[in-house]
Write a protein that binds this ligand. Structure first.
Ligand code: MG
Length: 248
């Protein structure tokens, strides 16, 4: 339940996307604005400026701001707008047939904070020195891990590790998952990222880098540098956000 007398949340954040060192185009997108932080990882035929992933994020940001106390409903509506935008784009332009995107977004309103997710981008929470993965990958290999058919170690090397089981695209209608609300606490640090980050850097490196910097910009800059040092085989989108103590 939400405490309506709780002071409104204030977040400090940084976002960046990088083409990496191998891909010819950047199909990833990142969004950082008042009330919404998001990453999206586009796939399929190349589109200028990551049109599909960027359209999903723009549609989310343009959705009506959630009413206080109704964040989850607002987030569902915004995610639906993102899905509709991707569907409209990929079904109206034959050059974008087969294109789609992941979506992982964090939204807040008043004292509430919530996540919406589809695909294999991820959200993590750093709290009291522990890094928790908040999202569950919508991938073939994650499904095999869940059934006990594959270990995490085997999944990281599996030839079909990039196959998504859910994403926003022009095919069957997919509703992004709205995650249960996670009580925000001052000092929490959130990381949203595409697989170009989390498949390249070990969770311990992610945690240590998140802990090393005061400023979210410092974290984002170092994560991009570490991925590039590791060869940056994919596009990268990163958002880092801190929950600040309430203003007095
Ligand atoms: Mg990717």
């Amino acid at each position: 339940m939400t405490d309506s007398s709780a002071p409104p949340l204030t977040l400090r954040y940084a976002a960046h996307t990088d083409r990496g060192l191998v891909r010819g185009e950047n199909l990833d997108a990142a969004w950082a604005g008042d009330g919404l932080l998001a990453v999206a990882d586009g796939f399929g035929p190349p589109s200028p400026n990551g049109l599909v992933s960027a359209s999903a994020l723009q549609a989310m940001a343009a959705a009506p701001a959630p009413q206080p106390g109704a964040l989850l409903d607002g987030l569902r509506l915004a995610a639906q707008r993102a899905a509709d935008a991707v569907r409209a784009l990929t079904t109206s332009d034959s050059a974008l047939s087969g294109a789609g995107t992941t979506l992982t977004a964090l939204a807040w309103s008043g004292s509430e904070l919530a996540l919406v997710h589809v695909g294999d981008s991820r959200a993590y929470l750093l709290r009291n020195g522990d890094l928790l993965q908040l999202t569950h990958d919508d991938t073939l290999v994650q499904g095999m891990i869940d059934k006990g058919e594959l270990t995490e170690h085997e999944a990281a090397r599996h030839p079909q590790r990039a196959i998504l089981t859910r994403a926003l695209h022009g095919g069957d209608i997919v509703e992004p998952s709205v995650l249960p609300q996670y009580d925000p606490s001052p000092g929490d640090r959130y990381l949203l990222c595409s697989d170009g980050l989390h498949t390249v850097l070990h969770p311990v490196v992610l945690r240590d880098t998140l802990m090393r910097h005061q400023d979210p910009n410092g974290v984002v800059g170092e994560l991009i540098a570490l991925v590039r040092r590791a060869g940056a085989p994919d596009n990268v989108a990163i958002v880092v956000a801190d929950v600040l103590p309430p203003r007095r």
